[in-house]
Design a protein around this ligand. Sequence first.
Ligand SMILES: Cc1cc2nc3c(=O)[nH]c(=O)nc-3n(C[C@H](O)[C@H](O)[C@H](O)COP(=O)(O)OP(=O)(O)OC[C@H]3O[C@@H](n4cnc5c(N)ncnc54)[C@H](O)[C@@H]3O)c2cc1C
Length: 386
Amino acid sequence: MPDPAKSNDDERMILDSVEQFLERDVKPYAMHLEHEDIWPEDIVGKMAELGLFGSIIHEEYGGLGLSCSTYAKIVEVVSREWMSLSGIFNSHLIMASCVQRNGTDAQKRKWLPKFASGEIRGGLALTEPNCGTDLQAIRTRADRDGDGYRINGTKTWISNGIHGHCFAVMVKTDLNAEPRHKGVSVFLVEKGEGFRPSRKLEKLGYKGIDSAELLFENCHVPAENLIGGVEGQGFRHIMGGLELGRINVAARGVGVSQAALDESVKYSQQRETFGKPIAEHQAIQLMLADMVTRTEAARLLVYRAADAFDRGERCDMEAGMAKLFATEAAVTNSMDALRVHGGYGYSKEFPVERYYRDAPLLTIGEGTNELQRIIIARQLIARNPI
Ligand SMILES: Cc1cc2nc3c(=O)[nH]c(=O)nc-3n(C[C@H](O)[C@H](O)[C@H](O)COP(=O)(O)OP(=O)(O)OC[C@H]3O[C@@H](n4cnc5c(N)ncnc54)[C@H](O)[C@@H]3O)c2cc1C
């Protein structure tokens, strides 16, 4: 568990350096890179120098050892500038956190220092063409073969799929297990013979970061790459990381909501109609008031969930509520920002059209918002039995 005193001391320092990096190295370039869908190589190098690829990896493995609360604040400020960047290090960190929480000592010593430095980057490969929400229905399989396994199957929508080097891949090691989750395992698989991205997927938004289909064709993996060293634990390992993932997606929602608000506050004081700034028209004021209230409420839900996570408490309901509310806030605020900007909101010369294209992804990733409602309701009933 992170040391709170250390977290407080370090938090301002790391947030200051992230904000300086965003101002200097991201702001001038984000719009061009996003519109052209260019993977931001220089920015990724600078993120590695800042230590972002090791944000939540423990210091003994070369990471920054930050708390979830501090990490969520980093994700918020990064997403305020360009949401795609947070995906580049977050999917990677979910993979790293899976090893940190569930890996054997040898796996932690081998992989975590390279993940922390960014020397090996990657992500999480769960989704398949036939299933995303119902992950127990995956078809990718790993069959025992001598001293290792052979993996066959297809993963889709995998963030960092083109530029990443290594992925935590969810497979079936027992096709007939009942219940189905007992047949699920997770392997660390590096690109190479038998494992390649088969195509880059084109998207509405979330550009710059690559989303890809990954193909496994008789890919040989040593048994030492089975996370935790025991078959059948993979579903539990992945589910155990979802709270962190959901808090992070919620923090992205806060970042996009705040960015949409900031642009709207600025523009509404510059643009005049009928002899006065539009900020003085009540119709605009009503939108601004709702936007700032949504953003603040979303932020507080994220802080509350992250605090519970840092205290080691069960927080699936809190993380679910933060994810649901903050990501819907991002969708609504980005639409409101378009309205405040009138015709210019629809123009590629302003960033609000990007928020409008980016925000809907947040309602899908790390468990759709329909699924969040189911989780929240189940926990609500479980915590209030009669
Ligand atoms: C840009 C992008 C990046 C992504 N990155 C990754 C990644 O890095 N790694 C990865 O593994 N995946 C990734 N994904 C995949 C993502 O996690 C899935 O798309 C998501 O989990 C939903 O799965 P699905 O698309 O198969 O939808 P489905 O599961 O088919 O759902 C379709 C609809 O049915 C609803 N639904 C499903 N089941 C229920 C139910 N029981 N009750 C009520 N409603 C239900 C869903 O909410 C949704 O509205 C990414 C997706 C995108 C778009």
